[in-house]
Design a protein around this ligand. Structure first.
Ligand code: NA7
Length: 538
């Protein structure tokens, strides 16, 4: 039964990993009255929406889960090294039921706007289902990659076949059997979907704008002995991932790639490549993302692999990334991606060599002056990352100032969790926090726990509002930019830089802290320990 009261202590937007835990943390520990609004029909967030073939998490299952339910850590059996979308959804449904979360959630409801009222110090939240509600605290748990990017391709409305975006894939899927299919995009989503679609489709044509550096996932069953050992040491696992750089059990090789001999490097690269997963990107030489020469060595290794796997040298050349350092766009994990281009029924159309997409026609796609015919077009064109889903909430803070105006030149936050002028608003895994550069549940849990403790502190000390000071925000933004400026990350046209969306300000969206998520956690805890330094409380 959904709570029918219209005044809440807190409104949480989104019922994915973040929203579920936020509800649990505030409701159980502090007994607050909460309402969670979720546009989907049930819990799951990104895993509710992304139902495309091959959808799977790139984090390993044993660390892609809630760590606060210790019993569930022991009970839940993941079937593979990387959890598949339906399995994650089953897991989240199970958590929702086990902790009776749904009674405070309202599904199929999208928040359309929220305004802070300076006279009452309350947020008024409006939804597409009508009723306005008020809340002392507004917590966004909207995910970093949830605002779909469907580029405005000319002529799409004329296309007579079927089309869809991977993040809005129809329930029940699409039957690609005997169909001529196009996939537009070659990001992490497409890299998962392409091998699956190629197995069914009569003909698959992939439209690539930028080639990616992909490393093998090496998915499969996990050795039961390994599972047992991890379960026996879950406290240790949790401790290690929380203090790690990226929320995984990886640490970089503590030396420069340039200081290793060629043989040593090859051995290390082989070891990481064979291990699969993010090892190549997160356990590599420490200067991979900061030194172009070191980066070139890593990049050359991957390029060599692509040349070995892809039989047609012309196709291999198109698949070889050019013009940006490896690891500076989100590296996709590959299960037979490169091999798929050896199949007879798969064609690669590369914007750089064959010409980019000009328009969608009634019967297909015109690119580079040539017309390709399709029955189905799948857009794997990504998201308006990190800021899109927040701007879509139409938030107004003090003096009616609008978030979209305040962020016109890029996001400005304090710690990625608070925005000056927007009191009692908390942004779980918001821009300028580590979020997408880490294993998400680790960053989510850290933010949720910080926010829950902050609210608890406010209630105990009789405070009504908390907000970042403009000075602290200016310093944080400068810090985020300064740190990333020491790396190669700004050299890529990545969604991290906002470069995938025409007109989006070019600015690095997450926070690449010098000590990763472990160091960022310490910073946040330190702020709290110093009486919420950088925040103003009334
Ligand atoms: P991504 O990584 O943003 O990939 C989108 C792909 O679509 C990428 O190859 C883009 O090329 C391509 N794209 C985007 N716009 C266009 C236009 N206008 N024309 C042609 N091609 C285009 O999204 P994903 O869904 O794959 O992954 C997002 C994250 O979800 C992923 O990183 C994980 O964290 C989970 P581009 O590279 O921009 O040139």
């Amino acid at each position: 039964m959904v709570n029918t009261a219209q005044n809440f202590d807190a409104v949480v937007v989104g019922a994915g990993f973040s929203g579920m835990y936020m509800l649990k943390a505030l409701r159980d520990k502090q007994g607050l009255k909460i309402r969670v609004y979720e546009a989907g029909e049930t819990v799951g967030g990104t895993w509710y929406w992304n139902r495309y073939p091959g959808a799977r998490c790139d984090s390993e299952s044993y660390v892609y889960c809630f760590t606060w339910d210790k019993q569930l850590l022991q009970e839940w059996q993941w079937s593979e090294r990387y959890p598949e979308q339906p399995e994650i959804l089953r897991y989240l449904e199970h958590v929702a039921q086990r902790h009776d979360l749904k009674r405070d959630m309202q599904f199929s409801t999208r928040v359309t706007s929220a305004e802070f009222d300076e006279t009452t110090n309350l947020w008024t939240v409006r939804t597409d289902t009508g009723a306005d509600v008020t809340a002392r605290y507004l917590i966004t748990a909207v995910g970093c990659l949830s605002d779909t990017n469907l580029p405005p391709f000319e002529g799409l409305e004329k296309f007579r076949g079927k089309w869809c975006h991977t993040s809005r894939f129809p329930r029940g899927g699409i039957d690609f059997t005997a169909k001529r299919v196009a996939v537009v995009g070659t990001g992490a989503t497409a890299v998962q979907a392409i091998p699956e679609i190629a197995q069914q489709a009569k003909q698959l044509t992939v439209f690539q704008r930028t080639a990616n550096y992909c490393a093998p996932a090496r998915n499969g069953k996990v050795d039961p002995e390994r599972v047992k050992a991890r379960k026996a040491d879950y406290d240790g696992v949790v401790r290690r991932i929380r203090s790690s750089f990226s929320g995984f059990e990886y640490s970089a090789i503590p030396k420069s790639a340039l200081d290793a001999t060629a043989e040593e490097r090859e051995r290390e690269f082989d070891r990481m490549w064979d291990a699969g997963g993010f090892a190549f990107w997160m356990a590599n030489y420490q200067d991979m993302r900061s030194n172009q020469e070191a980066n070139d060595l890593c990049a050359d290794y991957v390029k060599g692999k692509i040349r070995k796997i892809v039989k047609d040298p012309l196709v291999a050349e198109k698949l070889i990334p050019k013009g940006y350092p490896c690891g500076t766009k989100r590296p996709p994990l590959d299960s037979n991606y490169y091999e798929t281009f050896n199949k007879e029924n798969v064609l690669l159309v590369d914007a750089n060599t064959d010409g980019g997409i000009e328009e969608i026609t009634e019967t297909g796609i015109r690119a580079g002056g040539r017309e390709y015919q399709f029955d189905i077009i799948v857009f794997a064109t990504g998201f308006d990352a990190m800021t899109g889903s927040l701007k879509a909430l139409n938030l107004s803070g003090r003096g009616g100032c609008k978030l979209e105006d305040v962020w016109a030149d890029g996001p400005r936050t304090y710690l990625g969790i608070s925005i000056a002028g927007f009191p009692n608003l908390f942004t779980i895994t918001g821009p300028q926090s580590p979020s997408v550069l880490s294993n998400m549940p680790v960053s989510i849990e850290q933010h949720v726990e910080w926010v829950a403790n902050c609210i608890d502190n406010m209630r105990k000390t009789g405070k009504t509002t908390i907000e970042a000071t403009p000075e602290a925000q200016v310093q944080w933004v400068a810090h985020v930019n300064e740190i990333v400026g020491m790396t190669l990350m700004p050299r890529a046209n990545s969604w991290y830089m906002g470069a995938n969306i025409a007109g989006k300000p070019r600015t690095f969206l997450p926070y690449l802290g010098p000590e990763g998520v472990g160091g960022y956690r310490k910073k946040c805890d330190d702020v709290a320990a110093k009486g919420y330094k950088g925040f103003e409380m009334t």
